[in-house]
Design a protein around this ligand. Structure first.
Ligand code: HEM
Length: 262
């Protein structure tokens, strides 16, 4: 793989496509199936088959991201899907003003859909703190790491025809900043509904914005709240902690990755 050329191609892509958020979501859903107890799941390009993980409800809409990246797989055929999707995500975060996240390559893609994990490993947005902990502890994350990773919702939005939830988290969905944490603390979040009938949270003073129940758990749970307050005030700390946690997310299950100079 000509990693420098691939990285340059992806930089060009993210600066023109407006697709940075969904590229981050693709990498997170590829790697967020990991289970530390048996090493199953993790970033393995598992959504590229027509059946298996691509059909899981949590992955609705990610065909868009996979389609955007397919031409880059064709232009750089030696790159694995999991490595490609992971590199696209860190490139997107950097373009959006987030941290420059260290990247290493060498993830092994699964070969057939039969190696996909069963549905149910990714979080549901209408749940609470207990559910979030169950999902993220399974991967080996701590409470502060859960808050840091959730800060990715500074990017992007929910769509009624994908997840069934609706709206952006912040006024600047293409900026990786601390607005998500500030808004969590500034607003009086109250129960609301998407047009699909799914429950979500609304802020009377910011009617265009939304939070998921799982986002609001980061202020109602006292332990999560401490970290939310820290990140709302300290962008450098958020960026540093997000970077560390995102590397862990992208790399878990792959003990022998290598630096490829990008
Ligand atoms: C409790 C944990 C989480 C839940 C319940 C959750 C749920 C969701 C939902 C429902 C959407 C909307 C999808 C759509 O309608 O297109 C979404 C989008 C997104 N999520 Fe999460 N998420 C969680 C954690 C994370 C983490 C850990 C990351 C990355 C580190 C992340 C990154 C994103 C991004 C960037 C988007 C925007 C995608 C776009 O605009 O197309 N999320 N998430």
């Amino acid at each position: 793989v000509d990693w420098a050329a691939l990285k340059a191609d992806l930089k060009e892509l993210v600066s023109t496509c407006g697709c940075a958020p969904i590229l981050v979501r693709l990498s997170w859903h590829d790697s967020g199936t990991y289970q530390a107890s048996d090493g199953s799941g993790g970033s393995r390009g598992a959504q590229r088959f027509p059946d298996g993980e691509s059909q899981h409800a949590a992955n609705a809409g990610l065909d868009v991201a996979r389609g955007i990246l397919q031409p880059y797989k064709e232009r750089h055929p030696q790159v694995g899907y999991a490595d490609l999707w992971a590199l696209a995500a860190v490139t997107a975060i950097e373009w959006a003003g987030g941290p420059v996240i260290p990247y290493r390559a060498g993830r092994t893609d699964i070969r057939t859909a039969a190696s996909c994990v069963a549905e149910g490993r990714l979080p549901d947005g209408d749940r609470g703190a207990k559910h979030i902990r169950t999902i993220f502890y399974r991967m080996g994350f701590t409470d502060p790491e859960i808050v840091a990773l959730s800060g990715a919702h500074t990017l992007g939005k929910c769509r009624a025809d994908r997840s069934g939830f609706e709206g952006p988290w912040t006024e600047t969905p293409l900026r990786f900043d601390t607005r998500y944490f500030e808004l969590l603390l500034e607003c009086e979040w109250e129960p609301s509904e998407a047009s699909t009938g799914l429950p979500q949270m609304a802020c009377p003073s910011e009617p265009e914005l939304m939070m998921l129940n799982t986002d609001v758990a980061l202020i109602t749970d006292p332990t999560f709240r401490q970290t939310t307050e820290l990140y709302a005030k300290d962008a450098a700390r958020f960026h540093a902690d997000f970077s560390t946690a995102f590397v862990k997310l992208q790399e878990h299950g792959h003990p022998s990755l290598v630096d490829v100079g990008v």
